[in-house]
Design a protein around this ligand. Sequence first.
Ligand SMILES: Nc1ncnc2c1ncn2[C@@H]1O[C@H](COP(=O)(O)OP(=O)(O)OP(=O)(O)O)[C@@H](O)[C@H]1O
Length: 577
Amino acid sequence: MLKIARGRISLWAVLGAVFFMIIQVIANLNLPSLTSDIVNNGVAKGDISYIWKIGFEMIGFSLLSVAAAVLNVLLAARSSQKLGQNLRSDIYSKVMNFANDEFNKVETSSLITRTTNDVVQIQNVAMIALRMMIMAPIMLIGASFLAYNKSHQLSWIFVVSIPVLLICIGLIMGLAIPRFRAMQTKTDRLNLVFREGLTGVRVIRAFRQDQFEQDRFETANQDYTDNSIKVNTIVAFAYPVMTLIMSATNVAIVWFGGQLISSQAMQVGNMIAFMTYAMQVLMSFMMLAMVMAFLPRAAASATRIQEVLSLDSSIKDPEQPITPAAGEAKQLAFNNVEFRYRHAEQPALSGIDFSAKAGQTVAIIGGTGSGKTTLVNLIPRFFDVEKGSVNVNGVDVRQQDVKTLHGEVAMVPQKATLFTGTIRDNMKFGKEDATDDEIWQALDIAQSTDFVKEEGGLDAHVEQGGANFSGGQRQRLAIARALVKDASTYVFDDSFSALDFKTDAKLRGQLRQDKRIQQSIVVIVAQRIATVADADLILVLDNGKLVGKGTHEELRQSNKVYQEIMRSQLREGEAGL
Ligand SMILES: Nc1ncnc2c1ncn2[C@@H]1O[C@H](COP(=O)(O)OP(=O)(O)OP(=O)(O)O)[C@@H](O)[C@H]1O
């Protein structure tokens, strides 16, 4: 836990909090002694001026204690909130730099729990640490010593009450701690089921799985609730037990103290002070117990946060990045590439070898799961190849600065993702200073002008994930967003499949005529022969292997897989040729 706090919490604020806490405890420890003085020497002897004098001293210590407590709380609250803020920022920027592999290691829902709930646990424990964890030991030692000083004869009461208290605390904590620990994993599960239900709500309805999903959520919810109820019941049980022990201690002090007073072996003031110190001793144990209850849960949270923070992105910048020479003709080359997903037995791609230069279009066609998406994901180095190399503009992608490389590749992923904001905000994603003219031009090529105008132009609102647009419209907006960016390679991963034949053809026609695109390389992943037919180079993939490479005419005449795809589409009247 200390590891994740290091560097994220201000040392000065912590030292300040500790300092004021020490002042508060010293002031609190002085008050019972002054009470005993006022009773023994003032009240008992009727010395009014002594009562005034000690009374003022007591007011002074009380004010000092309050002021120190306020300053301690302020500093502790500030430090713990800052710690939480820094942790959230660090987790977020770490996750943003994750490669695809790391997302497979930690579930997205768990990442959200770790950034929110787990961080709150750390904040809470930091707050408690800066108050109770400092206060309890000082108060325990100070109060025990002062109580013994006030009355040696009554000190044996501690010998009974402290072990009884410790046994009760031990039993309660023994029952509560494992359940406290389980809270985080149960929160994870609850979030996972809730998130899946939310994102898949339409599918759930369409498959009439509402009841199944509801039951699944209820099970997770019930599990979480049962655990919370158990924890709270145990903790609630602690309160009356502690009060009982404290009351019993008080009764014992009054009983035996009274006998000592009547035999003139003790003064009344000393008994009152002893009683207060006894309460402070027992309170210290209770505070320590509370800290112990919070610590395991926070320790579990700290481990979960540390797991994320220590995950190193598998895609790293090289020590000495090579920047492709400016002004040279753009090019893209795959040199005998082999790639395997982590833990996969078979390579997802092997023997991929092709190259393209500025102005050319490379199309990739193949059946479902043949490796098309995997291939294009290697261009912006979302994964590293196992053998061979991927070169963008003449330099191996592994030797380039990752951010610079991403600047060179404009990608339209298979699943179009838009962000909350306006259409303009979304369009500027790849080029912050894009002008409205540039945006309209990109929207025009992407065949989106009409519906964007209908929606209210560039200021039209885009809901979360682009929910207020149809699948085809989202796809076109994602295409336009990529076109706004100045890149040397434009990748369209099955982006035209949601378009009808006519729009698809029009879009590709306009793409070919665009001056900027003419100086770049276009990579199109498609299922339809019509979409790939006019490409300069068509790659035919089958089961991760490159089984055909050439133009439409060449492949049509000699490539069996290509011919089979053509035949199946002609049968279905889909080829559009
Ligand atoms: N993250 C992943 N981890 C492990 N295996 C994966 C992963 N993504 C894809 N694969 C596997 O790699 C192979 C190629 O998948 P890929 O998504 O590249 O195919 P595709 O040709 O794009 O398919 P589609 O046309 O259906 O999108 C498949 O067998 C798939 O199961």
